[in-house]
Design a protein around this ligand. Sequence first.
Ligand code: PAF
Length: 282
Amino acid sequence: MTRILRTIAEVRAWRKTLRPEQTLGFVPTMGALHQGHMSLMQIARQKADIVIASIFVNPLQFGPNEDLSKYPRPIEKDIALLGEARVDALFLPPVAELYPEGASSVVLEEAVSTHLCGASRPGHFRGVTTVVLKLFNIVAPDFAVFGQKDAQQCLVIERMVRDLDVPVEIIRGPIVREADGLALSSRNVYLAPEDRAAAPAIFASLNAAKAAWAAGERNGARLAEIGRARLAQEGRITPQYWEVRDRTSLKPIETVGPEGALFAVAAHLGTTRLIDNLEVSG
Ligand code: PAF
C-alpha cells in the first residue's frame, strides 16, 4: 500500500526512516495519472529501492486564463494506480503547505525556458522550476523521472539542476502513445469526440517532417513547413507553434546537423491545448 504524506514534516520524517544505502526515486506529477505516468513509475521502480511520487496541481505554473480550476483531480483512482505500481509513498500536499501566506521567492531559468511554451505561456516555467526545486528540497531523492512529452520541461529542469548544483539525477521517460499516435496527456480527457478523432494529426505532422528528414531534407525552415502543412490538413486543429529546434538550447536551427533536432508542436483542439515532440539525430 502506498503511504500518503501530506506535510513537509511527514515527508522528512519518512525520509529519515530509509537506510543510507537505499536509493530513492521520485516521480513528481499533477495527478490524473495515465499510462504515461505509470511508465515513469515503472522506470523509478526498476532503478530505485524506494519510490515516492507527488501529486500537486501547482497553481504557480498556470496562467490566469488557463485550466487550473478544471484540471482533473481523480485522487482516489490515482492512489489506487500508485498502489498497483508499488509506489511506496505519495506526497499529497495542500496548496498552503507548499505556498504559505507571504511566500515570495521563485526560481527562474532564463534561457531554455524563454522559447516555445515559455513564449506562449508566460510564467509557466517559473512555476515549474519553483515547485520542482521545492519538491527536490523536501523529498531529497537520488533521482527524479520526467516524461519526454514535456521535452522543454525536461531541458529546463536539467538546466536548473546543473546551474544550481542540485544533487538529483534527472531521468527522462519516453513518450507513451495511444494506438493512433496521440501522446498520452492528462488533458486528453477534455477532448470532444470529434477533436479526439482529429488529434492524431499532431503526431502525423511530426512523422511527416521526420520522413522528409530521413529522405535527406536538412533545412530547418523547410522541415517545419512540411510539419505545418500536414497539420493544416486537419481543419479542427489550430497550431500555436511547429518548430525545428536545437535539442539542448531550443534555439532555431537553419540546417540540421548530425547532432539532430527537436521537432516540437503545440496546438489547440477546441479549448484544449496539446503538445508533442519528436527527436531526430544521426
Ligand atoms: O509535468 C508535470 O506534471 C508538472 O509540470 C510537474 C513537473 C509535476 C511540476 O508541477
